[in-house]
Each structure stands twice: as structure tokens, then as C-alpha cells.
Design a protein around this ligand. Structure first.
Ligand SMILES: *Cc1c(COP(=O)(O)O)cnc(C)c1O
Length: 388
């Protein structure tokens, strides 16, 4: 297939420039303001963003930091997680959820997922609590909250703190309560591919407790207060004023981005239904309790066909990705933890079957149709092969 005969229909997995270009002048003006002010750290734009995010998450506190990864690390530090402690988390997540735990010398305790939502399984969490457990980190994967009512109930029963990894879920809700507002600390990321993406790294922690917020803020600035007097051994993790200024421009549009992602998800569902493909692939499950913000749109491709479908789409120029091909309990760096293959069956199956398709806000209906047609064509030839 080639561009010349008109059958190659290139669709990017993500095109950050489409959204950003509409705000180009406004963003450049906001950057110019920071440049002229000379306040590259601790500028007023940071506090402004913190206020807006706290409002969005319905928390009284928000503390900016350098990345979502740092937000997780700082949250664990604020809870005094130490060497030998156990922290429960899903294996099916981005590496940063686990590396923050390992960085402190604590042990990540990986548990399995619910095969429908891909989020941490509450029963597995309950079964993994030991006398050494010090925290639980549910991840709101792909923009849909974990079963926070059940998870917070388990945590309460064992008097354990909950850190929400809401890096992919800003604006999401569960039972009407925002992501980040359920646990003791919520962690957000402004990495460019996230629903609120900056132009570089950035992150934020949200919480309800003023003292906790003060500790997080202290830890994010070398534990220093006042200047050159160190109360705690913290780290240097700040959000640049320039990033805050850019994010202040973009956050005014977050609701419209979310609306567009939801519209795209609904449209995929209609298109896949109309094409009959929902018989071949499993569409993403949207729990009735959840307000899904669709950071990613992942289909499940059964029958060992995922990698060949993936290649077919890539050959057609249709963007796709696998989040995540190797579960964390099977990563080389965690080999010493002693997890065996097959111990988290739903996680391992998801890693083999899931395939992510373009879902970003500015994706057009035509592009979505190309994605669906690309998959239709794959199954048409696959069934021809089977018939032959
Ligand atoms: C992106 C992400 C992070 C890390 O955020 P960064 O800002 O990239 O450091 C952590 N957890 C999850 C689930 C993520 O998707």
C-alpha cells in the first residue's frame, strides 16, 4: 500500500501540535511574561495553577513539583516509607509507580488487575496486606478511576494511607468524587501526552490535609526552612514558572479536551459496533461508577492476533501503541523480588492482548474511520486466511 494509490491513510497516535497551535499566541505571551519577570522559579503562575488544580480535584491543597514521578516519590517520602516497608500497587502500570517505592528501599508488592477496567483488583489488594504493608497505590489507568470505594475501605480497615496515581486521570471521577480527592495524596503529571500536557515535565500533588501539604512542600525544596536550615532530607523538585504559565493557558481548555476525548471514545464504540468488529475485539469497558477521561483508548485483541494487527496498522500508517508490553513484576530490574511468570494472570494476559489507538482531542471523524477500516481490513484478510 502506498500514498500514491490513495489507500495509505496516515493517522498519528498523538499530535500535540494540533491543540497547542490554536493557543500558540497566548502561550508565547505567557512565556514572555515569565521571561520579562525573571522569576523562573516560585513565580505567581505556580500558585495560580495550584489553586486551579486544587479546585478541579476538590482538595484544599495542591503542591506543584517537577514531574508525576517526583509527585509519587514525594508522597511516599511524606508518609515516611522506608527500607523494608511494603507498598501495594498494580503490576500493570507505568514504571514510575513502582520506581518511587524501590527508590526508598521499600518493596513493591505487585497485585493483579480487574480484566475489564485494567485497574487494580480490590480483592487482590485485600489479600496482599501484611504486617509490613505501609501504603496502597491504586493507579487510575488510561483515564478511568480504580474502584476507590472498595480500596479506601480496605485501607481504612488496616489503617493504611492511599496514594492515588492519577497521572493519567486529571478530571476523572469515581462515584462523583474527583481523582486525587479519594486518597491521602493524589499525584498528577503534566507530561506532554497526559490530558493536561505541558511543554516539558511537570507534576502536582493534591491533598486535603494542610500539615501534609506543608510537609510535601518542604520535601520538594530540600526540606529547607528557612533558607539554609534543613528540617528534613528532601529533594529539589519544582515546577518551572514557565511550565506553570503554559499550563495556566491550557487548563482553561481542559474540559473541552476531555469532552472531545469522550466524544471520540463514543464514536469509536459506534463505529466498531456498526462494522461488526466488536465481535472480534473487545472494546474498552467503561464502569458506570466512573467518569472516564480517556487518556488512552485500549482495545483487547484476543486469539494471539495483537502483534499481527499491530504490524498491519503500522504498515498502513495508523498510529498505535501498547501500554504496557511488559508488566512490572516481569521487569529485569525487579527480578530479585522473585515473581514468577504466570503469578498475575490477568496482568500478563492484558500485556499480550491490549492495543492502544489514537484518541487525542483533535482526532477527526475521518481519521477514526480510517483506524476502524484498517482493523476491518485486517480481520477480513485474517478470515480469508482461515477459510483457505
Ligand atoms: C506518566 C505517568 C507517571 C509519571 O509521570 P511523569 O510526569 O512522566 O514523571 C506515573 N504514573 C503513571 C501511571 C503515568 O502514566
Amino acid at each position: 500500500m502506498s500514498k500514491e494509490n490513495g489507500t495509505k491513510s496516515s493517522v498519528p497516535l498523538l499530535d500535540v501540535n494540533r491543540g497547542n497551535s490554536l493557543l500558540r499566541e497566548e502561550i508565547l505571551a505567557s512565556i514572555a511574561e515569565v521571561v520579562d519577570s525573571g522569576r523562573f522559579l516560585h513565580g505567581p503562575q505556580v500558585g495560580e495553577l495550584e489553586c486551579t488544580v486544587a479546585g478541579l480535584c476538590q482538595t484544599s491543597q495542591a503542591i506543584a513539583c517537577a514531574s508525576g514521578s517526583d509527585a509519587l516519590l514525594l508522597a511516599l517520602m511524606a508518609l515516611d516509607i522506608q527500607a523494608g516497608d511494603e507498598v501495594i500497587l498494580p503490576s500493570f502500570t507505568f514504571f514510575a509507580t513502582a520506581s518511587a517505592i524501590a527508590r526508598l528501599g521499600a518493596n513493591p508488592v505487585f497485585v493483579d488487575i480487574d480484566p475489564k477496567t485494567y485497574n487494580i483488583c480490590p480483592d487482590a489488594v485485600a489479600a496482599s496486606v501484611t504486617s509490613r504493608t505501609r501504603a496502597i497505590i491504586p493507579v487510575h489507568l488510561f483515564g478511568q478511576c480504580a474502584a476507590m470505594d472498595e480500596i479506601t475501605a480496605i485501607a481504612k480497615k488496616h489503617d493504611l494511607p492511599v496514594i492515588e496515581d492519577a497521572a493519567q486521570a486529571i478530571g476523572a471521577e469515581y462515584l462523583g468524587r474527583p481523582a486525587g480527592a479519594w486518597g491521602d495524596i493524589g499525584c498528577l503529571s503534566f507530561y506532554p501526552t497526559k490530558n493536561l500536557g505541558g511543554m516539558g515535565d511537570g507534576g502536582m500533588m493534591v491533598c486535603h490535609d494542610k500539615e501534609m501539604a506543608a510537609k510535601l512542600r518542604l520535601l520538594a525544596s530540600h526540606g529547607m526552612q528557612p533558607r539554609y536550615y534543613h528540617k528534613l532530607v528532601g529533594i529539589n523538585s519544582r515546577l518551572d514558572t514557565i511550565q506553570a504559565a503554559i499550563l495556566n493557558v491550557k487548563i482553561a481548555h481542559l474540559q473541552s479536551y476531555t469532552d472531545a476525548r469522550q466524544k471520540n471514545a463514543d464514536r469509536y464504540a459506534d463505529m466498531f459496533e456498526a462494522s461488526g468488529l466488536s465481535q472480534c475485539i473487545e472494546l474498552p469497558y467503561h464502569a458506570p461508577e466512573a467518569l472516564h477521561v480517556w487518556n488512552q483508548y485500549g482495545i483487547r485483541v484476543p486469539g494471539g492476533l495483537r502483534d499481527s494487527l499491530r504490524k498491519h496498522l503500522s504498515d498502513m500508517g495508523i498510529g498505535n501503541e501498547v501500554y504496557y508490553p511488559v508488566p512490572l513484576h516481569q521487569q529485569e530490574c525487579f527480578r530479585d523480588l522473585g515473581y514468577t511468570d504466570g503469578c498475575l494472570p490477568q496482568t500478563e494476559r492484558a500485556a499480550k492482548e491490549i492495543l492502544h489507538l489514537p484518541i487525542y482531542p483533535d482526532l477527526t471523524e475521518r481519521e477514526q474511520a480510517s483506524v476502524v477500516q484498517g482493523i476491518e481490513r485486517f480481520y477480513a484478510t485474517a478470515s480469508l486466511r482461515r477459510a483457505a
